[in-house]
Each structure stands twice: as structure tokens, then as C-alpha cells.
Design a protein around this ligand. Structure first.
Ligand SMILES: Nc1ncnc2c1ncn2[C@@H]1O[C@H](COP(=O)(O)OP(=O)(O)OP(=O)(O)O)[C@@H](O)[C@H]1O
Length: 246
């Protein structure tokens, strides 16, 4: 049986009008792996995640989740099926406390008090700093700590698939390192992680498989090993993105 959990099949999408942003894109992500999506600015990386989560209608192609066609499902239905999305830009209520932001993440199971308590405790276990700041407004926290709240809120849904858009953008190296370890741990625990990242080096380090997009099309793809120093993929990324992977 295929272990592909979420996949785009020949997907074309547009934000509006006739200008298509993804043009026949194919992406497959597997359980227990980090699938990295890299490419230059405007390649369509964020659009892939938005499309997987259901924010954009398909012009052509389909999306499957564990083999089931979810192309026409709304984002909340996909979330109920175990897909979580942490967007690039902050998505918290700054004036509300950490705990209130987490509680809002429990909206879809708001009557299940036991699950809510269990979930919030799990988040505090995983991110002890959030327990100590549970009553603080999130706007008073650092960018990295706010990311923890967003990760925690996503985990409350007990997702099998987590879509992460530039999770470490604008963050200090120390907290970024912590976030990358967490992302790797999500996959090691069996989750399907789809990671869009400008930081090609870090993305390559933790990804099991990477897709390269260019101008809304698949450019290349390969396993972690295939991006090794001296390989064709390594050289493509190094020259074409003016960036060298260690
Ligand atoms: N809301 C929108 N409305 C119209 N066009 C958009 C919208 N969002 C993105 N685009 C366009 O879609 C294309 C792909 O954008 P996208 O954000 O997916 O690229 P990206 O690879 O994630 O780039 P970056 O690394 O700069 O974030 C770009 O040309 C962008 O201008």
C-alpha cells in the first residue's frame, strides 16, 4: 500500500482571472517524512500549501489525502480530516493570552472538555515556556515563542499532516534551530510534514525528500541523499539559487 498521505496531481490554480500560478504541479508527501518544497521567490511554494489546505479552487487536477479525493473540500473539512496549516504570517490574536489562543484552536471540538484539557496540557508539556506564560498576551512574547503557540495550536487538532510555510522566517538562529528540531520530531513521530522554506540549507538538512519549483512548475525532485555534495541536484540548487548546501 502506498504511504503517500497528501498529494497534488497535475494541479493548476489561479488567484483570479486567467493568470495561473501553479501549472500542472505534482507533489507527494509521505507519512513519517519531511517533504521540503524549495524554489526562488514567486515559484509558487506558498501557493502549494494554500492549495493543499483548500484555500484555492483547482482549475485542473486533483488533491488526495490518504488516497481519497479532497479536491472540493473546504479548509475546515480538511482540518477535521487531520490537516493542519501554519501560515507564513502571524495568525494569532495578539491581545489574547497564550491559553485563550490555544483554546480558540479547540473550537472544532469545543464541547469535549476532557480533550481540550488533555490537548492544552500536551502543548504545555511540549513547550514549557508557554505554560509559564499562559496568561500573558501573545503580543508580549518573542517571535519564536509566538511560533510555539502557532505550532501548539496546530498540534491540538492531532493532525496527521502538517503544512508549514516559512516557519523560521525572521527568527534568530537559536530559536530557528529549536524549531527545525521540532519539525524533524513531528515526522519522526509519524506525521507527514510539508515544509516550504527559503533556507535551503536547513530545509535540505531535515527533509527526506525535496521538490524544486520554478515559475509554478516542477523543476526537479529527489531524496535527501540525491542532494549530496557533487550531485546534479546539489549543483542545480547551488548555482540556480546562488546557495550552497553543506
Ligand atoms: N493573493 C494573491 N493574489 C494574486 N497573486 C498572488 C497572491 N499570492 C501570491 N500571488 C502570486 O503568485 C505567485 C506565487 O506566489 P507564492 O507566494 O506562492 O510564491 P513563493 O514561491 O512562496 O514565493 P516567496 O518565496 O516569495 O514567498 C507570485 O507571482 C505571487 O505574486
Amino acid at each position: 500500500m502506498s504511504d503517500i498521505s497528501i498529494a497534488l496531481h497535475d494541479v493548476t490554480v489561479a488567484y483570479h482571472g486567467d493568470i495561473t500560478i501553479l501549472n500542472g504541479v505534482n507533489v507527494q508527501a509521505r507519512a513519517g517524512q519531511v517533504t521540503g518544497i524549495i524554489g526562488p521567490n514567486g515559484a509558487g511554494k506558498s501557493t502549494v500549501l494554500k492549495t493543499m489546505f483548500g484555500f484555492l479552487p483547482l482549475r485542473t487536477g486533483s488533491i488526495t489525502l490518504h488516497g481519497r479525493d479532497i479536491s472540493r473540500m473546504a479548509p475546515d473539512e480538511r482540518a477535521a480530516m487531520g490537516v493542519a496549516f501554519v501560515p507564513q504570517h502571524r495568525s494569532l490574536f495578539g491581545d489574547l493570552s497564550v491559553e485563550d489562543n490555544l483554546l480558540l484552536g479547540c473550537w472544532s471540538f469545543k464541547r469535549d472538555k476532557a480533550r481540550i484539557r488533555r490537548g492544552i496540557d500536551m502543548v504545555y508539556d511540549r513547550f514549557p515556556i508557554l505554560a509559564t506564560k499562559r496568561n500573558d498576551p501573545v503580543s508580549s512574547m518573542s517571535g519564536g515563542q509566538q511560533r510555539f503557540v502557532e505550532f501548539g495550536r496546530a498540534l491540538l487538532l492531532e493532525p496527521s499532516v502538517i503544512l508549514l510555510d516559512e516557519p523560521t522566517a525572521m527568527l534568530a538562529p537559536k530559536i530557528s534551530k529549536e524549531l527545525y528540531s521540532l519539525i524533524r520530531a513531528f515526522a519522526d513521530e509519524g506525521m507527514t510534514v510539508v515544509l516550504v522554506d527559503q533556507n535551503v540549507r536547513r530545509c535540505a538538512e531535515i527533509s527526506d525528500y525535496m521538490f524544486i519549483l520554478e515559475l509554478g512548475r516542477n523543476k526537479a525532485e529527489g531524496t535527501h541523499a540525491q542532494f549530496h555534495e557533487g550531485s546534479e541536484l546539489h549543483d542545480m540548487v547551488a548555482t540556480w539559487m546562488d546557495y550552497k548546501i553543506d
